[in-house]
Design a binder for this molecule. Structure first.
Ligand code: HEC
Length: 292
């Protein structure tokens, strides 16, 4: 993430100077409170200044609904991810052997339909290109996809994958609506075709700039727009499923766990009643003694 530096006034006392001033006179409470008020003021100024300098027009995210029960979508997503994206990205949160249960396949079917890129079945999914080669090409190491899919929402991932556009000012010749100056090349260009940006006047890190808020088709790819849209959705579904690999299990177990806790609550309440029936409070004892 690139964040513009905040302009600070050189003549104003820095928080460090104030901190030293605070240490020199610890015995005077009013000077201490003055120093803390000043520090709070400087911090407030710094944060508002930082906020002003990072204000950026945000492009809208495309909504997406994913269904983790849709095994066909998961398999199609796995096919594209394991054969296209792992050229550069790794999926180190996963082993090939963890995928068949998620995709609803047997080990044999998984090996025939999707394959393990000539790795062992129990290997972690690493990228197919050595990092040094990728680095020479993109000048940045592609992040791990399990980590990325946990960090971003499905809507962000879907918008990202569908909104690469032609930008001759970039070393890769492409840019992205939700990831300005992205170093990833447009790997979807052959399938989706090229796209041009929809630009508006906006702010980037506080400065006026042309902001891309969407894309329009420029050339045709090998897929129809509907087919490509399906593919992008399937990739996002697969990425979400592998990044949250226990979600389906949690959905299945959730109602049982809640039922278990409710039963335990009832049992604990009955036990509580049983115990307290035998306990005599001091008030009751008083009445008992006085009656005798
Ligand atoms: C040619 C190499 C290459 C291929 C193939 C590739 N990527 Fe990337 N990808 C990169 C690089 C490099 C970055 C880092 C971009 C940056 O930080 O500017 C990246 C970044 C990303 C990000 C954003 C990461 C972030 O920091 O938020 C996502 C999401 C992503 N890739 C998904 C994919 C998917 C899905 C595929 C497969 C369809 C794919 N990539 C194929 C090189 C590649």
């Amino acid at each position: 993430m690139r964040i513009a530096a905040c302009n600070t006034d050189r003549n104003s006392p820095s928080p460090l100077v104030q901190d030293q001033a605070m240490r020199k006179k610890p015995s005077r409470p009013h000077s201490r409170s003055l120093a803390s008020v000043l520090t709070a003021g400087v911090l407030l100024l710094a944060s508002s200044c930082a906020w002003a300098s990072v204000a950026t027009t945000q492009p809208p995210l495309q909504p997406i609904t994913i269904n983790l029960q849709n095994k066909a979508a998961l398999r199609n997503g796995a096919l594209y991810t394991l054969h296209m994206c792992t050229a550069c990205h790794s999926l180190q949160g996963m082993r090939y052997s963890s995928l068949p249960p998620i995709l609803g396949l047997s080990k044999h079917r998984f090996k025939t339909i999707i394959g393990t890129n000539d790795r062992h079945y129990h290997d972690i999914i690493t990228s197919n290109m050595p990092p040094s080669v990728i680095y020479a090409f993109t000048k940045i190491l592609p992040p791990d996809l399990t980590y990325i899919a946990r960090r971003h929402s499905p809507a962000w991932l879907y918008t990202y994958l569908t909104s690469f556009y032609v930008d001759p000012t970039q070393p890769t010749g492409t840019n992205n609506v939700v990831f300005h100056n992205v170093a990833m090349p447009d790997v979807f260009a052959p399938l989706q075709g090229l796209q041009k940006p929809i630009l508006i006047e906006g702010l980037r890190y506080g400065s006026p700039a042309k902001i891309a808020i969407g894309v329009r088709p420029l050339t045709r790819g090998s897929m129809t727009p509907a087919q490509f849209d399906r593919t992008a959705r399937d990739i996002v579904t697969f990425l979400y499923a592998v990044a949250h690999s226990h979600q389906q299990e949690r959905f299945r177990l959730g109602p049982w766990i809640i039922a278990l806790f409710l039963t335990l609550s009832v049992l604990t309440y009955l036990l509580y009643k049983l115990y307290w029936r035998r306990v005599m409070t001091s008030e009751e004892r008083w009445w008992k003694i006085n009656k005798q």
